[in-house]
Design a protein around this ligand. Structure first.
Ligand SMILES: NC(=O)c1ccc[n+]([C@@H]2O[C@H](COP(=O)([O-])OP(=O)(O)OC[C@H]3O[C@@H](n4cnc5c(N)ncnc54)[C@H](O)[C@@H]3O)[C@@H](O)[C@H]2O)c1
Length: 323
């Protein structure tokens, strides 16, 4: 199979590309290596997959339609795993334009090219943030998601409905996966797992929002990779609108305070916590109902938070740029 993976130098993109390459697939990777966080980390991630002869990398912005079209014309792409996006809830309050460009324009380009080049299946990243501040848990795919509370979430919701229109118009098989707080080795330096590890290691304060009363459904990267690839292998079957949305989470939300004490145990150090009020755009709880993905592809995450944090901390301590 020839897979095109957008965001292949990103946290999830690298891990998915690596697994696809190990399985013997050809991977065309696209990423613009932007400076939202250290491009060196993205280059270091890339170096772990560039050793495969069946990997080709294009440093390219997906918002540039013409350049992206050239890539699609060069290869007979079977499936696309679209993970490139401007991520992060808090940054979207300060820099909404980055989200418009990458998430709206970029995704519109991907949809159009998948349609033109008759791609067999497009799997694309959505987010648990589309659920906004729902109080009923766990979050179920058929709940109303018309009230996002951040611009990031609004772009992800927009991506889902844009995708639905393409699936309806062209019978393009598309699956949108709503990721829930992914963590693990080669993770993102703007996310709590990395930020807290860094601060505790260096004896610095950690900012604990909403006084630690936040619940997050932390999902380990290997479980995510297994779920993404199993999904990619099984396009939706509906003939008129082959479109599906799935949660991909751990189904086990953890209180932020519990997360911190688990991390303290793994690091063998105590955190210096500063309790702060809720931040704009943040949601109180994320909690995935994963029954639908379990039924569809047998998704069954099995990494405990402690096991996952041990893997992350081992990697973090061995990564020279992080120390
Ligand atoms: N990590 C999570 O917990 C999480 C949760 C929910 C949703 N998601 C979604 O999953 C996807 C992957 O997330 P991640 O954590 O790997 O993020 P990431 O930031 O590590 O990876 C995204 C990659 O896309 C690239 N990119 C961004 N804009 C681009 C553009 N216009 N053209 C080309 N490349 C571009 C970036 O350089 C980066 O390498 C994203 O769509 C994100 O919104 C992630």
């Amino acid at each position: 199979m020839i897979y095109l993976v957008t965001g292949c130098a990103g946290f999830i993109g690298r891990a998915v590309a690596l697994k696809l390459l190990e399985q013997g697939n050809t991977v065309i990777g696209v990423d613009n290596l932007n400076t939202y966080y250290q491009p060196q980390l993205k280059k270091d991630r890339l170096s772990t997959i560039q050793k495969f002869s069946n990997f080709l990398f294009f440093e390219q912005d997906i918002a540039d339609y013409t350049k992206l079209q050239e890539i699609f014309s060069q290869f007979s792409v079977d499936k696309v795993i679209h993970l490139a996006a401007q991520a992060g809830v808090r940054y979207s309050i300060t820099y909404p334009q980055a989200y418009t460009q990458s998430n709206l324009v970029g995704t519109a380009n991907i949809l159009e090219l998948c349609q033109q080049f008759k791609v067999k299946h497009l799997v694309m990243a959505s987010s648990s943030s589309v659920y906004g501040n729902r109080t009923e848990t766990p979050f179920c795919e058929d709940s109303n998601t018309d009230s996002p509370i951040s611009y990031y979430a609004a772009t992800k919701k927009a991506n889902e409905v844009m995708a639905h229109s393409y699936s309806h118009l062209y019978q393009l098989p598309i699956t949108a996966l709503r990721f829930f707080t992914v963590y693990g080795p080669w993770g993102r330096p703007d996310m709590a797992v990395w930020l807290f590890t860094e601060a505790i290691e260096q004896g610095k304060e950690i900012k604990v929002f909403n006084n630690g009363q936040l619940w997050r459904d932390f999902t380990y990267i290997d479980d995510i990779v297994t779920g993404v690839i199993a999904t990619a292998e099984k396009p939706p079957v509906d003939k008129s609108v082959p479109f599906e949305i799935f949660n991909i989470g751990n189904h086990q939300p953890v209180l932020l305070d519990t997360f911190i004490s688990t991390l303290e145990k793994v690091l063998g150090k105590t955190a210096n916590k500063i309790y702060l009020p809720m931040q704009a755009g943040d949601v109180l709880t994320t909690y995935a109902d994963t029954e639908k993905l379990q039924q569809a592809v047998g998704f069954s995450p099995n990494t405990s938070l402690e096991q996952g944090l041990i893997q992350f901390v081992d990697w973090y301590r061995s990564y020279p740029q992080a120390i």
